[in-house]
Design a protein around this ligand. Sequence first.
Ligand code: SF4
Ligand code: SF4
Length: 444
Amino acid sequence: MQTNFSLAQLADPDVAESEKIIRTCVHCGFCTATCPTYVLLGDELDSPRGRIYLIKEMLENDRPASAETALHLDRCLSCLSCMTTCPSGVHYMHLVDHGRKRVEETYVRPWPERALRRLLAEVLPHPHRFRLALLGAKVGRPLRRALPGRLGRLLEMAPNRLASPSPVDRPQVFPAAGERRARVALLSGCAQQVLSPEINEATIRLLCRHGVEVVVARGAGCCGALVHHLGKEDPALASARANVAAWSHELEGDGLDAVVINASGCGTTVKDYGFMLRNEPQWAEAAARISTLAKDISEFLTDLGGLEIQRPTGQKLAYHSACSLQHGQKVTAQPKVLLEAAGFRVQEPRDAHLCCGSAGTYNLLQPELANRLRERKLGTLLELDAAAVASGNIGCITQLANDAGLPVVHTVGLLDWATGGPLPQALQGNPAFVEGHPQMAAAE
Ligand code: SF4
Ligand code: SF4
């Protein structure tokens, strides 16, 4: 795409970076076919190419974002399917992040929208606040029909049952069982530890059982992705700095072989810390080092090798590949290979490349589109007639939880169980996971 920026505009490093990205787009439109919002809405402005054009216009003309630009950028899921499809290597993620920041700085949204975004940004990244909000939502659920639009929906989405905080999420070191093969820091995260504390518990058990020392570093917290995707750069960068400082302290102390992340939405962001902090001389080098160390749990376990399977498996699983894992991090084979090596039979739905509609806070901010994507994805997952769905991202797991009797669990929960850990909560009472079930024999 041709651009027309002045030298003064290009003096801003963010604009210079975006200009470089825009120029790599050759208008071919290949990305439109795999963009979930274009597939649903058929509007060019809801395609990657249309959004690139809107961002270019906004930046080139140095004017506040219009309502139209805000609308179409807000509808983008940041699923990054377009980056997998694009033959020209357009780095849409960095461009849309910059576009969102500009919208946040220059566009005044209607007040209910502003209030909702603010609420999400102030609550979700903080486990204590999020827990209190969910408890409040549970109490207030009878009022959901009286509340307008998305506020009522927020109450509906609050889980019926809230697990107690897990002691594993406090700063501490979990020693390796037997001889130590590696030492890693685990991102204990924010919303995930409230919604499903068993995911970090399973991750720690699984790693320690296979000779890995795990540290939950003091000072590390939310990765910053939730606010980053809302265009709120300051709190996103503050989270990035805090995590870089906490993990660098461990790296320089007892050493780290990896920073392990078990929520792929967070992993995509931590792997991007080097870019996010590139313009801050005091942080740039350390952030780049941490990004290099960042590994999705499935990548780390694949490199580690040698999972010791202790239970009869063989169940058929539907694997839902989170967009942040397959498109954001290009981690596609590892989770499936690990599950198959553990004895499960793994299949993917026919629309595996398409988003389920979760996308961080998207299902709260764009419930109608998110719900259409969810129904579509659940339909293709149910076609597989599997005993359970495995996925590597809490957002997808929450989004796909359903009443159709198809449990959705984290990949590490299944691997932990297969190697001697407890059965994930969502699978308890599921006959396919009781010894002697015919699905287990099918694999033998
Ligand atoms: S990130 Fe996803 S929703 Fe956004 S433009 Fe790309 S493919 Fe479309
Ligand atoms: S596929 Fe890539 S180059 Fe083609 S229009 Fe989309 S973003 Fe531009």
